[in-house]
Each structure stands twice: as structure tokens, then as C-alpha cells.
Write a protein that binds this ligand. Structure first.
Ligand code: NAP
Ligand code: MG
Length: 487
């Protein structure tokens, strides 16, 4: 396509901003107003990807030789630049994918904090001394980088997810080829600009925008990419894993969720309602940790439902750039259609639609991909809306009689990312911690919510059984060498 007056964002290969050899670009549009073009991004092909991989390979030797603290200095500088550009990049994020401006600002700040955390990791221990049976020997472990890492990310956290992969990859001495979701490639390009402005050496971080089916797929298959870290859907994750296994590459997948919240009769009801709304509907339900299934004990079911609906009715929906707006649009037309499909499915299969369920297209909202926050009840565990990830502002209320029934139903899913419970009962909390099949267990707190210094990841089909973030990142981004030294 031909560009309008908006800026064209290029690929970043070997330290240079480079147009794709295809000469093709794609418009990135604002889901709150489709007439607003955020910018144009490259529609790259395999040649571009190959050039990026080649640059990352060449940059490897010098980058891995730098000391950890030296690599950390680059990340500290990148953090400072991102912080200076926080307002601008947050605004771009809101325009590009629709989450509200306060949420976008929070996410950019998180990106800054993640960069500083991993910058600090450059100074921390990477091995341990292990007593050898030979008293004259010194035995210890050290860690080495994997080589070139391919980073493939989704559109829902366009700053935080790329940074929580790129920063640990770099600090441990890897070089990177980064393919963002095409939906949010402008925001991603701005993140890469911060690394560029920080003076990160040429080839250490490379950025190629293009289709997942082309560039993402080529990353999975590329013989010179030693490891792939992916966040996105299960469908795509599985194909990446198969390709990685076939050629012996390391891989890490963070995928979907169908996250439960259990509300027991002794719960602080106000808090449980607030957390359900925040966990389920913030970012328009487009978080992998979003609350989706709500199991409420029968004795408090009615008051919980009433309070929930009363609060949801007050939520202001609109353009995330406007002050006071609580929920923005779905991130794309495709996402809106998926949400409407699941709402239709819920009705068809016999769930009761309590609230919402429609596209909001009156007045200015008509130019965007808005949907009402939606609540179903009488949802049975075998219905599609109780089983598949919707990735939209749709809540399913399920009445349960006992704690045991709630836990059993909460576990009746192929996913296992996040789960939360509201109760004052310590014994039940402890049983929940033991029995719930989820990588993130939250007590009296919403299902969404991640702290960058703690491990993050899911059980069952939500992940490749690996963990990201915090100190756990070292497990993926390095290989251990066990060294035995005898004088
Ligand atoms: P997606 O369709 O799987 O896309 C994720 C990334 O993979 C995008 O960059 C996409 O490129 C690329 N891709 C698409 N097809 C590919 C292929 N054949 N080979 C390699 N890469 C390919 O997921 P999404 O719709 O963007 O994101 C939503 C999903 O992400 C949800 O399932 C959500 O739960 C999950 N998620 C998980 C976490 C977590 O940490 N567990 C966090 C956030 C989101 P293009 O889209 O640019 O074509
Ligand atoms: Mg967009």
C-alpha cells in the first residue's frame, strides 16, 4: 500500500533502520477510531529475516565477551530513555491497541523497571561451587549464552512482553532477532528505538516486522536461531515447539488461560467484586491472566451477582485516550469478531446472558471495535464459553455448593495459568495453594497481576512448563557448564 502522511517505521537490522526488501508496508490502525492511522510498518520477507539473523550472529562474539556489568550499563541507559519517552510511547500504545492511557503508562513504567532489574542481574552470580569428591579439585557451574535468540510476541502487552524477553536475553550475552505482533509493531519499533538511542552495539538487537506466518514461522525454522521465546496463542505455540524440537533448538512458550476465581461464603464481598471486575475486564479482558470463570458459593451467589452487575453498569467505555474512560475497545476487528462469536455461542448453548453482549456502535464508538462488558450465568462446565479462551470482556458466573466442588471445576480445563480465591479461611487457602493447577496462585487478589521480580508462567497447556521473569529467566536464556578443575 502507499503511505499517507503518517510516519513509516522501518526494520532495525545491524544497527540501521532499513526498509524491507519487499517495499511493502502495512498501516497500523487505532481500534478506537479506524480513521486514525498510527503509522506504517514493514511487511517483511525471509530475506529481511535472514539479514537480521546474520547480523545477530556476527554481533554474538563481541557481545558475549563483554562483562555482565558492562552489558547492564546498556540496559540501564535504555531504561532511562524509555522513562523519558514514557508518555509518548504510552500514548502510541493506547492508539495502537486500545488499552486505556493509565494502563499503558503503567505498562511502560513496568518496561523501565524490568530493564533496570535485568541490568542489575548483570552483576549477580551465575554459578555455584559444588564440593567435589576429589579434595584437590574445584568444581563449579557457570553459565553461557545460547547464541541468537528469536523473540516472538503478541499485541496485548506490546512493551512489557518484548522487554521481559529481550532484556534477559541480552544481559546473559545472547543477541536477538525480534518479531513483534504486526498489530502493535509501531509501539514495538519505539521500544527498539530506545535500545538504539542507548547505543546498544550494531547487530545485538534486530527488529523485523512482518506476518507471523512468514517471519514468525521463519524464526522457528531458522537453523541459526538457537532459541525461541514466544508468547501468544496455543495454536501457534504448538507449531513453534514442533519446529524447534525438530531442529534441536531451545524454546519457551507462554500461551493462553481460562483463569478461575473462586468466591467462598466467608469472602470479603466488596473486594471479590472489585477484583473480578478488574481481573476480568481491564484491558478489555485481553490479558492471558484475565479472570474468565467465576465460581461463587451458592449462599452468597445472589448478593455477589447484584453487586457485580451494579458496578459493571457504571463502567465508562470509550477511547482509552480520554480521561475517565475505564475500558477501551477490542484491539482489532478480528478480536471483536471473536468476542462476538463466543457471546453468540454462549447464548446458543443455553447460558443466560445477564448483561451486555452487544457491539457498541452508537455515535463515535461506531468507528471503533467496542463491545459491552458481558456477564453470563447458568454456565455449565462443558459449554464453549467455559472451556475456550475468549480474550475479551466476558465473565461466566458458575454457582457451586462447596469449596471442593469449586476447586474440581476450576481445574477442569486444559489451561493452568492463573487462579485466585477469596476466603478468610486459612485451611482452605492452603488446600487451594496445593490443589489448584495454575502457575500463578492468588489469594484474596485478582487473577491478573504479575510482579517482574517473580517467576511467571503456567501449568498444563498454558506454557511449555518453563518460567519467565525474575531470576527464573536465567534458566531459559543460558546454558549451564559444569566445570571440574584440578591443579
Ligand atoms: P498469536 O496469534 O499466537 O500471535 C502471537 C505472535 O505469534 C505474533 O507475533 C504473531 O504474528 C506470531 N505468529 C502468528 N503465526 C505464527 C506462526 N505460524 N509462526 C510463528 N509465529 C506466528 O497470539 P495473539 O492473538 O497475538 O495473542 C493473544 C494470545 O496470547 C492469547 O492466547 C493470550 O492468552 C496469549 N498471551 C499469553 C501470555 C502469557 O504470558 N501466557 C501473555 C499475553 C498473551 P502476527 O500476529 O504479527 O502475524
Ligand atoms: Mg491496531
Amino acid at each position: 500500500m502507499t503511505a499517507g502522511t503518517e510516519r513509516i517505521y522501518l526494520n532495525y537490522i545491524n544497527g540501521k533502520w532499513t526498509p524491507s526488501s519487499t517495499n511493502q508496508i502495512e498501516a497500523s490502525i487505532n481500534p478506537a477510531n479506524i480513521r486514525d492511522i498510527v503509522g506504517y510498518v514493514q511487511q517483511s520477507n525471509i530475506e529481511d529475516l535472514n539479514a537480521a539473523v546474520e547480523a545477530a550472529r556476527r554481533a554474538q562474539a563481541a557481545w558475549r565477551k563483554l562483562s555482565g556489568p558492562k552489558r547492564g550499563e546498556y540496559l540501564f541507559r535504555t531504561a532511562d530513555i524509555l522513562e523519558q519517552r514514557l508518555d509518548e510511547i504510552a500514548e502510541t500504545m493506547t492508539r495502537e491497541m486500545g488499552k486505556t492511557l493509565p494502563e499503558a503508562k503503567g505498562e511502560v513504567q513496568r518496561g523501565v523497571n524490568i530493564l533496570r532489574y535485568y541490568a542489575g542481574e548483570g552483576m549477580r552470580h551465575i554459578g555455584e561451587v559444588i564440593p567435589s569428591t576429589n579434595s584437590e579439585a574445584l568444581m563449579f557451574t557457570t553459565r553461557v549464552p545460547l547464541g541468537v535468540v528469536g523473540v516472538i510476541t503478541p499485541w496485548n502487552f506490546p512493551v512489557a512482553i518484548p522487554i521481559w524477553k529481550i532484556a534477559p536475553a541480552l544481559i546473559y550475552g545472547n543477541t536477538v532477532v525480534f518479531k513483534p505482533a504486526q498489530e502493535t509493531a509501531v509501539t514495538a519499533a519505539k521500544v527498539v528505538e530506545c535500545f538504539d538511542q542507548a547505543g546498544v552495539p550494531a547487530g545485538v538487537l534486530n527488529f523485523v516486522a512482518g506476518k507471523g506466518s512468514v517471519i514468525g514461522n521463519a524464526i522457528a525454522e531458522h537453523p541459526h536461531i538457537h532459541a525461541i521465546t514466544f508468547t501468544g496463542s496455543n495454536e501457534v505455540g504448538k507449531t513453534i515447539a514442533q519446529k524447534a524440537v525438530a531442529r534441536g533448538a531451545k524454546y519457551q512458550l507462554e500461551m493462553g488461560g481460562k483463569n478461575p476465581v473462586i468466591v467462598l461464603e466467608d469472602a470479603d464481598l466488596d473486594r471479590a467484586v472489585e477484583a473480578t471486575i478488574s481481573g476480568g475486564l481491564r484491558s478489555t479482558g485481553q490479558k492471558c491472566t484475565a479472570t474468565s470463570r467465576i465460581f461463587v458459593q451458592s449462599s452468597i451467589y445472589e448478593p455477589f451477582k447484584e453487586q457485580l452487575l451494579a458496578k459493571i453498569k457504571q463502567l465508562k467505555i470509550g477511547n482509552g485516550l480520554e480521561e475517565g474512560v475505564w475500558m477501551g475497545p477490542c484491539a482489532s476487528q478480528k478480536q471483536l469478531e471473536t468476542v462476538l462469536y463466543y457471546i453468540e455461542k454462549g447464548i446458543e448453548e443455553g447460558a443466560t446472558l445477564l448483561y451486555g453482549g452487544r457491539r457498541l456502535d452508537g455515535g463515535e464508538l461506531g468507528n471503533g471495535f467496542y463491545v459491552e462488558p458481558t456477564v453470563f450465568e447458568n454456565v455449565s462446565p462443558n459449554m464453549t464459553i467455559a472451556r475456550e479462551e475468549i480474550f475479551g470482556p466476558v465473565l461466566a458466573l458458575i454457582k457451586v455448593d462447596t469449596f471442593e466442588e469449586a476447586v474440581a471445576l476450576a481445574n477442569d480445563t486444559s489451561f493452568g495459568l492463573s487462579a485466585s480465591i477469596f476466603t478468610q479461611n486459612i485451611a482452605k487457602m492452603l488446600t487451594f495453594i496445593q490443589e489448584i493447577e495454575a502457575g500463578l496462585v492468588r489469594i484474596n487478589e485478582e487473577s491478573a497481576g504479575v510482579e517482574l521480580q517473580a517467576p511467571f508462567g503456567g501449568m498444563k497447556q498454558s506454557s511449555s512448563h518453563s518460567r519467565e521473569q525474575g531470576r527464573a529467566a536465567i534458566e531459559f536464556f543460558t546454558a549451564i557448564k559444569t566445570v571440574f578443575v584440578k591443579g
